[in-house]
Design a protein around this ligand. Structure first.
Ligand SMILES: *Cc1c(COP(=O)(O)O)cnc(C)c1O
Length: 392
């Protein structure tokens, strides 16, 4: 007989998922009801309103796509981009590269504005690309590049898109709840996120919001949306149907209980307070890492508080450090991806993982493992430095 699966105890400080709050897990264990049950439909309305608040938008088309952040990404492209369209895509890490892939799979042309990994998207180069391709349907970029720990200027990029008659498609998977995502203020058109990063819910849901301009573009399509599952013109009959909701697919009922609870918790804390908490935990972690003698390669001005790239000291086997952290302390941190593999670790401070306990545990465990492996770290300096930021 195969026994039940019981996961080991972990502290999740990688690039996502983050630690899920017990309240969210408890919500998900409540009884499953029908996806057209009036009680469930009332909860869906609350999810929509809570998501509008989290995104800082009044957009009518705001819903959680049934699927991970990648499904939200795909939903934005497949609903807005048609064969033959041109899309300017900013690539400064892994996720920008996936946007390009989405565009090309729709038989559209991706005009790539490449930037070095670890740098934010360059506004002048984006403007030049939009000028060189005056008919571009959209400008796509990642607000918070989780692969590098860099934040780009979403307000300026959305304004550039609008100024050139292009829609903006914005990845806020890692930013929503952690740093300001101001959809209406930016004038963002198609903005998607994920449940398992700064919202601290389980993976598998992707909040998406479309501006009236994006909805008009969707309605003016020359061809049918190439995805049936992600076709918003069909999905909105369920999510936006008011009293007469129609079955499209069975909503992931219990997962939505979890998202509802995580959004209720965000509302209780307050969006600004959540941003400030992520910032403060980042400041404490950074103070500790620097006191230890480690470096943060991303420039301070564009550093993401919730995802910290940390330079691996020369000559160190970074994988064995992560392995020891996991085996001894149950602490998960992230490896570098792509061009940054072997060069950085990625320490996530997302949602429920942005806490003094996470910061201090991570610093103490990392210091012990690095010292043991002979890395040139100053022992005993990190915790006092972090504690000064946390508690004055
Ligand atoms: C995690 C992430 C995604 C993908 O989300 P999944 O839930 O893994 O599909 C997309 N974009 C960014 C910036 C991310 O950090």
């Amino acid at each position: 007989m195969t026994p039940s699966f019981n996961p080991p105890q972990r502290m999740l400080m990688g690039p996502g998922p983050s630690d899920v709050h017990p309240r969210v897990l408890a919500a998900m264990a409540r009884p499953t009801i029908g996806h057209l049950d009036p009680a469930f439909v009332a909860m869906m309305d609350e999810v929509k309103a809570l998501l509008q608040a989290a995104f800082r938008t009044g957009n009518e088309l705001t819903l959680p796509v049934s699927g991970p952040g990648s499904a939200g990404m795909e939903a934005c492209f497949v609903n807005l981009v048609e064969p033959g369209d041109t899309v300017v895509v900013c690539v400064n890490g892994v996720f920008g590269g996936r946007m390009k892939e989405n565009v090309e799979r729709l038989d559209a042309t991706a005009v790539v504005v490449e930037e070095a990994w670890g740098r934010p998207v360059d506004l002048a180069r984006v403007e030049a690309a939009l000028k060189a391709h005056p008919g571009a349907k959209a400008l796509a970029f990642v607000h918070a590049e989780t692969s590098t720990g860099v934040q780009s200027d979403a307000a300026a990029l959305c304004a550039l898109a609008a100024g050139h008659g292009a829609l903006s498609i914005v990845d806020t998977v890692t930013s929503l709840g952690g740093t300001p995502v101001l959809v209406d203020e930016w004038g963002g058109d198609a903005v998607y996120s994920g449940s398992q990063k700064c919202l601290s819910c389980t993976p598998g849901l992707s909040p998406v919001t479309f501006s009236p301009r994006a909805v008009a573009a969707m309605q003016a399509r020359r061809s049918k949306c190439r995805s049936w599952l992600l076709d918003f013109s069909l999905l909105t009959a369920y999510w936006g149907g008011g009293a007469k909701r129609a079955y499209h697919h069975t909503a992931p009922i219990n997962a939505l209980y979890g998202l509802h609870e995580s959004l209720v918790m965000l509302q209780e804390e307050g969006l600004e307070a959540s941003w400030a908490r992520h910032r403060k935990m980042h400041d404490a972690l950074r103070a500790g890492l620097e006191a230890m003698g480690l470096s943060l390669p991303v420039e301070a001005a564009c550093r993401l508080p919730q995802l910290n790239a940390v330079g691996v000291p020369a000559g160190l086997d970074e994988a064995s450090v992560r392995q020891r952290l996991l085996e001894r302390y149950g602490l998960e941190i992230g490896a570098g991806l792509g061009q940054l593999a072997g060069k950085v670790w990625r320490l996530g401070l997302m949602g429920n993982s942005a806490s003094p306990l996470h910061v201090t545990t991570c610093l103490a465990a990392l210091e012990a493992v690095l010292a043991e492996q002979g890395a040139p770290v100053t022992v005993g300096a990190a915790l006092p430095a972090a504690n000064r930021v946390l508690f004055g």
